[in-house]
Design a protein around this ligand. Structure first.
Ligand code: BES
Ligand code: MN
Length: 460
């Protein structure tokens, strides 16, 4: 492009600078991964405080004015540095909390001891989302002493717990987060070597279903055959949530249209680890099933364990389900539909109670305009190929809060994840070459926004 806001030499200079910085960025990422900052309540919250402090220190070292804020939840870090006169402001988001590690035995190396194998850095949070934090730090370092734009960094400490105090943080400190563009580095790219802008995310609900059939547990020989046990009733009820094809059977939920990308069954099978012979569920394109249609997963069951099993009819049983929602779906309405379905399908008159524990809205970006153009150009600069628009099936519920609070801001969802990241699972990892591209793209994006504003100012 001849009318580009940056010359090829300027772009290359930013890339070279980031390449020099990557060893230090990686060392700082490893130090963050060593802090087991699990935001779930049953884990040591002193570690989340430590990780907030470590993030604050990284930002202070880049000359930002930094505060750690807590509004009844986990500590968030807010840092700010002004840009040149007239330059836009960019808010950079990531989260410093992580998911629980699960069973150590499922990991090939200790979850909080980062190690490299075959070009990937393994560890809980190595990708989701401590690499997001370091991508922002890398972009700041690349422009040390000559930042082209004003920058606010917002690193939350409870995203993996559904951001419960984020509305309160926005209420109290929201003015400090206002920006022309908000970069949310908590998603990923389409494939190794193919960058993507994430333009849709699903919303979600988490729901506990409790089933009771008896006043107390009784002998299965004396009463079995005429009285229903609660576990079987619960399983029958769960089975009504899908039809025979595996589509969600709750009536009335929204469905959207997925971004148009090629994704065949073979790739899905390889990436998901689906066992040979196990069928895919649902109908429509695979990407619509993953990105824009609802899905329901049973994520936990409370029932007598096999170890403790006796010949007894269980009086009660419970399950927790995770419901993913179309990007456009109102979560409160979705919960009413799920609740009505469960109550109507209670088998054998079993008592069913339905409790909503968490809800979050999805997101669909109107990804057009000059800021999105510069974001796409930055991806092209870093990877050397055209970026694609993609959806993700996961959720980042607070994005809709940001969109409501800052309706004029361009919300640009980026990230470090790739199809083999295994975020939330055992052996989570970061592809180090792709990570360097993410850092370059973000540094170039800041340069592009600064140059675009400067060009606009001289044109007037
Ligand atoms: N980084 C993920 C969101 C994501 C998932 C992006 C998959 C790209 C692909 C985020 O940290 C996350 O896991 N969110 C939770 C939200 C929940 C705790 C409310 C999720 O999707 O389960
Ligand atoms: Mn995340």
């Amino acid at each position: 492009m001849t009318d580009d806001v940056l010359t090829a030499d300027q772009i290359q200079a930013v890339r070279d600078r980031v390449a020099e910085l990557m060893p230090g960025v990686r060392a700082d990422l490893e130090a963050l991964v060593r802090i087991p900052s699990v935001s779930a309540a049953s884990f040591d919250q002193a570690q989340v405080a430590r990780s907030a402090e470590a993030v604050a220190e990284l930002l202070r070292a880049e000359g930002l004015e930094v505060d750690i804020v807590t509004e009844g939840g986990r500590p968030a870090v807010i840092g700010h540095v002004d840009g040149p006169e007239g330059a836009p402001t960019v808010t950079l988001y990531a989260h410093h909390d992580v998911q629980p590690p699960g069973e150590d035995a499922d990991w090939d190396s200790a979850p909080f001891e980062p190690v490299e194998r075959d070009g990937r850095l393994y560890g809980r949070g190595a990708a989701d989302d401590k690499a997001g934090v370091l991508a922002h730090v890398a972009a700041l370092r690349a422009h040390r002493g000559a930042l082209p734009v004003g920058v606010t960094v917002f690193v939350e400490g409870e995203e993996e717990s559904g951001s419960p105090s984020l509305p309160a943080i926005l209420e109290r400190h929201g003015d400090r987060l206002a920006a022309d563009a908000i970069v949310i580095a908590d998603s990923g790219n389409w494939a190794i070597g193919t960058p993507a802008l994430t333009t849709t995310l699903r919303g979600g609900l988490r729901v506990i279903i409790r089933v009771e059939t008896l006043d107390h547990s009784v002998h299965s020989g004396m009463f079995g055959g005429a009285a229903p046990d609660a576990v079987t009733a619960l399983v029958k009820l769960l089975a009504t949530l899908h039809d025979d094809a595996g589509d969600v059977a709750v009536a009335g939920l929204d469905e959207g249209v997925a971004a148009d990308l090629d994704y065949d069954e073979a790739r899905f099978r390889a990436e998901s680890g689906l066992l040979d012979g196990v069928e895919l569920i649902g109908s429509g394109s695979i990407l619509s099933r993953l990105w824009t249609k609802p899905s329901i997963t049973t994520i936990g069951i409370d029932a007598t364990s096999i170890e403790k099993a006796s010949n007894t009819l269980a009086a009660k049983a419970a399950a927790k389900i995770s419901v993913r929602l179309a990007p456009s779906q109102d979560p409160a309405r979705a919960f009413e539909l799920v609740r009505a379905h469960l109550e109507e399908h209670a088998p054998w008159g079993a008592r069913v109670t339905v409790e909503l524990t968490e809800k979050g809205a999805g997101f669909a970006a109107d990804a057009d305009g000059p800021l999105y153009d510069q974001a796409r150009s930055s991806f092209r600069d870093a990877w050397g190929v055209e970026p694609v628009d993609m959806g993700v099936g996961g959720s980042i519920p607070f994005i809709s809060d940001f969109a409501a609070r800052f309706p004029e801001a361009a919300i640009i969802v980026t990230g470090v994840e790739d199809p083999d990241t295994r975020a939330h699972g055992a052996n989570e990892s970061l592809h180090l070459e792709e990570f360097a591209r993410v850092c370059e793209a973000e540094a170039i994006f800041l340069a592009r926004l600064g140059a675009q504003a400067a060009a606009a100012a001289t044109a007037h």
